[in-house]
Design a protein around this ligand. Structure first.
Ligand SMILES: *[C@@H]1O[C@H](CO)[C@@H](O)[C@H](O)[C@H]1NC(C)=O
Ligand SMILES: *[C@@H]1O[C@H](CO)[C@@H](O)[C@H](O)[C@H]1NC(C)=O
Length: 437
């Protein structure tokens, strides 16, 4: 038997762990390092109450990437199920702008129909209301849509926790509390790897960079051409806690997704907590990652790790937008609740919202697996297969081109309507919802 190659994966999030699982099953020796002292990393995008699971995509590739049995929570070919229990099957109510047949959601509707998804078109407010509990008052945005009952939400942190367990059970090594100082780009025929902040060096045949929104700031001191390929953006979310009575009612509701405004919300979880969020261009936080780089600025996540006191604050304007979003779906909850917590969830955006799964063109020992663009989590069971195929040179050529490092950098993400990134202004953060210590 040939000696398995040693693959080092930097980052124990959705991309890193899914890749580790798939590579372990192909016989590789795997080491995963993560800066977090304990996993799931408290400030990772994947460490979250819940994420939407949907097949409703305007792009047919993503619409069909989740095999139906995965969507319904069964384990396929030893792949992990990200669905922690049956309750995720709430359905997803996709709101449609009825007057714009060229919209993202109209295209998603056609894809779902073509795929044979279990969907119901609902072209007026009355027919939408039939899919919510009786007596629940709906807001102005619920005028048209379609319900896909094969989707819902996944318990995101729990899925990551399970993936950690699966990697360890498969004899993959996961090293927590290991912050990478720099990547050692091996020259031809020479192993690469990383040097940690502690000075420790970890050698590897291939290094996979799965560092999510920290990728730009981690690799800022190298002329890698990442600036116009990936960008860390902060996306706002808030939570409200319902009474038991309210929770019983709203727990029977589907996930509601309104790509026209970017607003979406979940049914309350087991602790009666309802998450509401906005998916849009988000905020950039331009910082100098290391003082030696002169004037170079890189968008850098601002989280509870970098800012332990107010790292969960979001811009005041986003508190208002989240609140009016809630009012546009559930006006009674908006009237009686303000947020308990807020947070910026840091995406790793690419200009076209396709992921980045490719070797660096000048560093053949370094493979990027990132660029989730706010829609990767639901693919936790399958995303690592794409990365493993790329590593082995087996990825379908069309997919290799889609995820390529050198693809044309065209901005075309149909899910984000506003066209500019805003700068995160620390003076404009709302400190009203940060937990007291
Ligand atoms: C709503 O649409 C349904 C068909 O989906 C139709 O039967 C019903 O009459 C419509 N109601 C209104 C108020 O337009
Ligand atoms: C998600 O999983 C965690 C355990 O990891 C659990 O405490 C929590 O209640 C779960 N959330 C839901 C909504 O089931």
């Amino acid at each position: 038997m040939p000696q398995p190659q040693h693959v080092l994966i930097v980052g124990a999030g959705c991309f890193g762990l899914s890749t580790a699982i798939h590579l372990l099953s192909r016989g590789y020796r795997i080491t995963v390092v993560d800066r977090a002292a304990t996993l799931p990393a408290p400030d990772a995008a994947s460490t979250d109450l819940n994420k939407i699971v949907r097949s409703s995509y305007a792009d047919p590739f993503y619409a069909s990437l989740l095999e139906r049995p995965s969507i319904t929570g069964r384990v396929v070919d030893g792949e992990i199920s990200i669905m922690s229990d049956g309750r995720y099957l709430s359905g997803v109510m996709n709101l449609i702008p009825i007057d714009r047949p060229d919209s993202y959601m109209h295209a998603a509707y056609e894809n779902d129909k073509a795929l044979g998804s279990q969907i119901t078109g609902l072209l007026n407010a009355t027919s939408i209301a039939d899919h919510f509990p009786k007596g629940l008052r709906l807001g102005s945005r619920t005028a048209a849509g379609y319900l896909n009952i094969e989707g819902g939400w996944a318990n995101a942190s729990e899925g990551i926790r399970r993936a950690v367990d699966i990697v360890r059970a498969g004899n993959g090594e996961i090293l927590e509390g290991r912050e990478v100082s720099h990547v050692n780009f091996g020259t031809a025929g020479q192993a690469g790897g990383v040097t940690l902040v502690s000075g420790e060096i970890i050698d590897a045949d291939v290094t996979i960079i799965a560092t999510g929104s920290w990728t730009g700031s981690l690799l800022s001191d190298v002329a890698l051409g990442l600036d116009d390929r990936i960008l860390a953006t902060g996306q706002s979310l808030g939570t409200v806690t319902l009474s038991d009575e309210e929770a019983d009612l709203y727990r029977k509701c589907p996930v509601v997704l309104d790509f026209d405004t970017g607003f979406y919300l979940f049914p309350p979880n087991a602790e009666n907590v309802m998450k509401v969020a906005i998916h849009d261009k988000g905020y950039v936080n331009m910082q100098r990652p290391t003082p030696s780089i002169g004037s170079r600025l890189v968008s850098t996540p601002r989280t509870i790790t970098s800012h332990p006191v107010d790292g969960t604050a979001i811009p005041r304007e986003m508190v208002d937008r989240l609140h009016s979003g809630l009012a546009s779906i559930y006006p009674d909850l908006a009237a009686s609740h303000s947020f308990d917590t807020t947070r910026l969830c840091w995406y790793t955006d690419t200009p076209d919202a396709n992921w980045l799964i490719d070797f660096h063109p000048e560093h053949p020992g370094v493979l990027f697996a990132t660029g989730g663009s706010g829609h990767a989590y639901k693919f936790l069971p399958v995303i690592g297969r794409l990365v493993a195929d790329r590593l082995e040179g087996k990825l379908d050529p069309d997919l290799a081109a889609r995820f390529s490092f050198t693809r044309p950098r065209k901005a075309e993400d149909g899910t984000r309507l506003d066209q500019t990134h805003r700068n995160l202004d620390e003076q404009a953060l709302s400190l009203d919802y940060i937990p007291e210590n």
